[in-house]
Structures are given as structure tokens and as C-alpha cells.
Design a protein around this ligand. Structure first.
Ligand code: FES
Length: 107
């Protein structure tokens, strides 16, 4: 089950930007793609690079360390579908961004 926890304010995450937050002991990367919010693990499965410091290209996040890419709508790599990151449910209420990190949406 798990619950949604507030991790940030919408006003702190401008469109086209990302940032790292913590939720229930996990490092979570939040992304604002043209006003739609996505959340994933912050930890790249390659060598642990900080995905929140990567480059957003549409709904794809490109890791800042060695440019592995992941589609935030599915968590999978466009290059190798077997490569995957955890993605989390997000909801926005008023100005608050809430995530539920207990369930990987893509699993
Ligand atoms: S650590 Fe992310 S691509 Fe290498």
C-alpha cells in the first residue's frame, strides 16, 4: 500500500527542471515536464549517478555522468528495454507535490 508524502512545493519546481528530494528514506528525483510532474529514484543503475542533476529531453532523463537515458513514463531505457529505473506515483494538491515511493509504477 504505502502512502503519499509531501516532498516539495510546485512553486519550487519550475517547468523543465528537476531536483532531488527524500521520501521515506529514499532519494527521489522530481521532474517537471511542461507542468506534468514525474518522480523516480535519484540513483542511476549504471554507477549511481544523480538523475535529478541530469538533462531532461521531453519525458526522458539523461544521466549527468555517462548519459544513460530513461523514459519517465515507463522507467525504461529507450536503448535497452531491460534497463529500468523505479518510477513512483505523483499527485499534486494545491501547491504541494506528493509521491508514493512504496510501489514501483513500472513493476
Ligand atoms: S552513472 Fe548514470 S550513466 Fe553512468
Amino acid at each position: 500500500m504505502g502512502t503519499f508524502v509531501k516532498v516539495a512545493s510546485l512553486s519550487d519546481l519550475a517547468p523543465g527542471t528537476s531536483r532531488m528530494v527524500e521520501a521515506e528514506g529514499k532519494e527521489v528525483a522530481l521532474y517537471n515536464v511542461d507542468g506534468k510532474i514525474f518522480a523516480s529514484t535519484n540513483i542511476c543503475p549504471h554507477q549511481g549517478g544523480p538523475l535529478a542533476e541530469g538533462v531532461l529531453e521531453g519525458t526522458t532523463i539523461v544521466c549527468p555522468w555517462h548519459a544513460w537515458a530513461f523514459d519517465l513514463t515507463s522507467g525504461t531505457s529507450p536503448v535497452n528495454p531491460r534497463l529500468k529505473i523505479e518510477t513512483y506515483a505523483v499527485k499534486v494538491e494545491n501547491d504541494g507535490i506528493y509521491v508514493n515511493v512504496s510501489k514501483d509504477l513500472g513493476s
